[in-house]
Design a protein around this ligand. Structure first.
Ligand code: ATP
Length: 509
């Protein structure tokens, strides 16, 4: 169950409000009331998201010699999903409330017997949150009081609904109504979205929208090996949209029905030390998250219990992030053996073996898979970067400044160019010239409206690392220098155009 993690000012309300106010994220189809589990990324959000993708692609693919890229189709042959096991097994346990018609994921619906002096006097339930145990305890106390039962109440022992006994289903209250008797037994719900391809809509035309990008890499493995001049160990990486019919999309963009994944399949020799390779990739992912500005204080590792893994899986470690709603999975790094390639070899009848010159043997490579969601990184970045702080201006006035401490690598705007005054042509002309020059390489913003302090604040709120002000010293003194104002320290210093370009080159990569 989740643990509480929110710092005082980083609440989900604040992040959702900022995202809407400054054009990072909007609810999808908002003018029609929104569409649960779907989101749109606005002008600043689409820039930030692109920067996350670009940094990953550059570091994962372009700056390495052993990894190549791929862009496979979203709708693949339905046999792909039969072979991969998704048609039969990509399910979540679903519970219906017959009364309210609300649906729950059984593993997110918690319950506990209310036990007084070793007697069970009823049941309480609550949805998973960072306060699940406290909420169940409070409900148990209320029940004891209402039923006027004498004696000591035992501390609640929460379980999720998948652990409920059959005779308990009817006794556990529905979170929607607060009354027992309306919850069904859990049943498997397949999360793949179905569609029909072609003019017919009968069973023969059923196809699926991909719930992960990974299968593309397995299905195209032979094509890449035959054409890509790759040698083991090597990886195939892909960034793309995936969709899952999540039963309970929630926590803003953390769990949505349409999201974007960045996945890489790293193929290794069957005799390679997979534990070593697995560790190398866990470290790589950890370091990469740090390189885009996520603080280590918010990161942790979670090793999945071997007994709970799929039979083919050798080990899975998740990098977890402290979101305001608890510590949750950000990035899964799985050692999957040769299961996927073997499944596709068997189902397609096409060999997926590689010939090893050293041993003169053929074998199916094994794989390490780091799989992460762009949207979850986006949310983690917002959570870690958001701050509200008291600042005092030159006139001694104190106010709250909202600031996004984004890494220059992923900030949607790298530099704001600000002429000190709007109606002084020499200032605006010099500012526009600088703006045009920077625009050739960087996302920059030109702003001449309002007091300079207010313009700085507007940039702080969207995470712009630097503001450059073209002032009277620029045009009157020698050296053509500007005021460079740094977002986090708010310090100001003079800088030349050449120095500015060198600084950007160093920090934005
Ligand atoms: P969870 O247990 O949270 O549902 P998962 O273990 O099913 O996630 P994977 O199938 O391993 O997730 O997918 C790889 C990555 O894709 C996850 O680590 C996560 O970052 C992202 N992801 C998965 N499902 C969603 C979703 N519904 N919304 C946003 N991102 C998602």
């Amino acid at each position: 169950m989740s643990e509480s993690a929110a710092s005082a000012e980083t609440t989900m309300e604040n992040l959702v409000a900022l995202s809407k106010r400054r054009g990072f994220i909007f609810p999808s189809s908002e003018i029609y009331g929104g569409f649960n589990g779907f989101f749109d990324y606005g002008p600043l959000g689409s820039e930030l998201k692109k920067n996350i993708r670009d940094c990953w692609w550059d570091d994962m693919v372009r700056r390495r010699d052993d990894i190549v890229g791929l862009e496979s189709s979203i709708i693949m042959h339905p046999k792909v999903w039969e072979a991969s096991g998704h048609v039969d097994g990509f399910t979540d346990p679903l519970v219906d409330c017959k009364e309210s018609k609300v649906r729950y994921r059984a593993d997110q619906l918690f319950f506990a017997p209310v036990v007084v002096e070793a007697n069970t006097v009823g049941y309480v339930s609550a949805l998973e949150s960072e306060r699940t145990t406290e909420e169940l305890q409070e409900k148990a106390e209320t029940m004891k009081r209402k039923k006027a039962v004498q004696g000591t109440l035992a501390p609640v022992e929460p379980k999720d609904f998948t652990e409920a006994r059959e005779d308990e289903y009817a006794l556990i209250p529905s979170p929607a109504t607060g009354e027992p008797g309306s919850l069904t037994a859990p049943r498997s719900f397949n999360m793949m979205f179905q569609t029909n391809v072609g003019a017919m809509t009968d069973g023969s035309s059923v196809a699926y929208l991909r719930p992960e990008t990974a299968q593309g890499m397995f299905v195209d493995f032979k094509n890449v090996v035959d054409t890509g001049r790759v040698e083991l160990p090597f990886g195939i990486a892909q960034i793309g949209k995936s969709v899952r019919n999540e039963i309970t999309p929630r926590n803003f963009i953390f769990r949505s029905r349409e999201f974007e994944q960045m996945e890489m399949e790293y193929f290794i020799h069957e005799d390679a030390d997979w534990e070593k390779e697995h560790k190398i990739w866990i470290q790589w992912c950890w370091d990469w998250l740090k390189s885009i500005g996520l603080p280590e204080s918010h990161l942790s590792l979670f090793d999945h219990e071997k007994a709970k893994l799929a039979f083919y899986s050798r080990g899975t470690t998740d990098i977890m992030f402290k979101y305001p709603f608890g510590v949750q999975e950000l990035w899964g790094i799985a050692a999957r053996g040769n299961y996927d390639l073997t499944q596709h070899a068997n189902a397609s009848g096409k060999s997926h073996e590689i010939f090893d010159e050293a041993t003169k043997k053929k074998f199916v490579p094994h794989v390490i898979e780091p799989a992460v969601g762009v949207d979850r990184i986006f949310l983690a970045i917002l959570c870690a970067a958001y701050a509200e702080e008291e600042v005092t201006d030159d006139k001694g006035k104190t106010e709250t400044r909202t600031v996004l401490r984004l890494s220059p690598r992923i900030a949607p705007v790298k530099v704001a160019v600000l002429p000190l005054l709007k109606n002084k042509e020499e200032l605006t002309t010099r500012a526009k010239a600088l703006y045009k020059k920077l625009q050739r390489r960087y996302a920059v913003f030109y702003d001449e409206a309002g007091a300079i302090g207010r313009r700085y604040r507007r940039q702080d709120e969207i995470g712009t690392p630097w503001c450059v002000t073209i002032d009277f010293d620029t045009i009157e003194k020698e050296g053509d220098t500007f005021t460079l104002r740094e977002r986090d320290s708010m310090e100001q210093k003079r800088i030349t155009e050449a120095e500015l370009l060198t600084m950007l080159d160093e920090h934005v990569y």
